[in-house]
Design a protein around this ligand. Sequence first.
Ligand code: AMP
Length: 425
Amino acid sequence: MTKYTVPRGTRDILPAEVALWQFVEQKAREIFRLYNFREIRTPIFEHTELFLRGIGENTDIISKEMYNFQDRKGRSLTLRPEGTASVVRAYLESNLHKQEALSKLWYQGPMFRYERPQAGRYRQFHQMGCEVLGAVSAYQDTEVIALAQHFFETIGLRGLEVHINSVGCPICRPVIKERLKSFLGDNLNNLCEDCRKRFETNPLRILDCKNPECNEFFVMLPDISDVLCAECKEHYHDVQNYLNIMRIKYMVNPRLVRGLDYYTKTVFEVISSHLGAQNAVCGGGRYDNLIQELGGPSIPAVGFAFGLERAVLIMQNQKVTVPGRTPYLLLLPLGENAGNRAAIFANKLRRKNIPLEIDISGRGLSAKLKTANKLGVRYVYILGEDELVDKCGQLKDMRDGRQKKIRFDKFLAEMEKKYKKDNRS
Ligand code: AMP
């Protein structure tokens, strides 16, 4: 054991796993581009006030999970627990809303929540997400759901479910809460301690409780979709209609609510059975009032974020493999003079964008060939002292084991030709 360990709830991502992360990040970037989203980068910390205002004081995130600190001038700052509030702040601060009617933005980066760590739940985790600001149509709710589904398909995940619900708006939400409270009020003793607290502060969140005893009791809950106002009902209907015509599979889940207060109307999650208790890999929804709440005009919006740790965890569980990042060539010089020659080749070939490694150690040929196998390279070029005299080396094809002499003056052009051919197919 080393003396120093990572802080609880954080983790190192080692090179073997980074290959999966890079694949996920690259595919997400490609999909965002396909749906015409542009990237935005915001700071990792913000004024605490932004999150208090944006996320809602009675949420778990605000009441017990924030990483707050004071800077040297006594300002209260917070490590961001999520991305949407920052994106909206930046959008308003830079007056993007005055320049375009529709802004489609995506972001990525670490987020921080002081949660109880468990599989798939960390205190520092990573999200990629997107926001459609100026989302006037129910089509836009569907477009982000379509994007999420398209993305998870592209990275090879199987068996995911899209769950949708509507949590209403400031007009019908109080009615929904009352309906829930009048039902739950008589049954408070059947609920866990957390739920009893939420009954006063945030009754909708009770629906989200993972406690098995509460769950047993919830099957009797009234359906909240009956009490949506006419506008929310119509919107919910339109979202489902678009989902149907776009042939996107989904499940209506009347118990789906989210941990952030800013959502209105549509909420959705992408769920995997490969994640254990923390089964959501992606969550989002519409937030028609947040922009105004943060000091801007009334502009409707919709977005989502997915967690990279959870996406990668599912890939590992489902044994999804990604293209490797092995060097194409390994240069194997034997002896000092050969080492000099190999160093010159390495320098020139890397400038031709051919990924390679050079084994400059004093080990013998058979040990060096073992490294070549381990690395999984396509070719090995052996430069022995004898071969230096003839000004040629042996090029070994690691797929079929065949070896042929290649003269030094032909080697660079030959490698370039082979690399181009292999990367075209
Ligand atoms: P949220 O921002 O709570 O809507 O979460 C969106 C997604 O971020 C979730 O579906 C998870 O994939 C991921 N996520 C949220 N909290 C955590 C956490 N503590 N650890 C790891 N991933 C998380």
